[in-house]
Ligand binder design. Sequence first.
Ligand SMILES: [Zn+2]
Ligand SMILES: [Zn+2]
Length: 228
Amino acid sequence: MSNMHDTAAFREQYRAYAQSRYSGWLHLGSILLISLIGAIYCIFQISELRAHELLIIPLGILAYNAVEYAAHRWSGHNKLRFTKLFYKRHTGDHHSFFSAPLLSFESTRDWRIVLFPIYLTAVITFILAPLCGFFLSWVASGNMGYITAATMILNHLAYELMHIGYHQPKSHWFHKVPVFRELAHLHRIHHHRKLMKIYNFNLTFPLFDLLLGTFYWEPQDSFDDFRD
Ligand SMILES: [Zn+2]
Ligand SMILES: [Zn+2]
């Protein structure tokens, strides 16, 4: 019960500091626009595609899943020297704002604490994805370079959209769709204060959690009864 009070108090405090001009839809719309422009541009550059070049898609997804896992586990939940700001934003703010049983946002203004800042999408789309793309076009082929860049950009977009979905109110359609519903519950387990440093660090799908032994599942009913 006291945890609920802590979370409610943190929410009030955080909202009081958030800029009144903030718009969740503008934030999400900017991320969507930047990502789709980047991904569509890359897709339109592909020409004379050969089947084997598509194999870079699962490899790109695998690499993204590893980075997502490592960044969340080791810098989101550990105070490292160069990523202190991410630690503060993630463990300090995101996990304080969403802690069982308060795991849903109340309005689109709360998306500020779910979505990454817009500049991260811009850095991924205009710097990191092109750099990886150039590398792949150098060692493999131009098509593979563009496919890699598009895969990276779309993976990051999926991360943002899934995370918004996980924190939707329980009655939202997202929680009724099979697979989305289970992924949301995995994230709900991760948001428990005693479990957040131990389990379920992947957000898009739990591949590296399964590979590295940090996957944890407990059925919804028993989890709610015993943990909250
Ligand atoms: Zn979350
Ligand atoms: Zn976390």
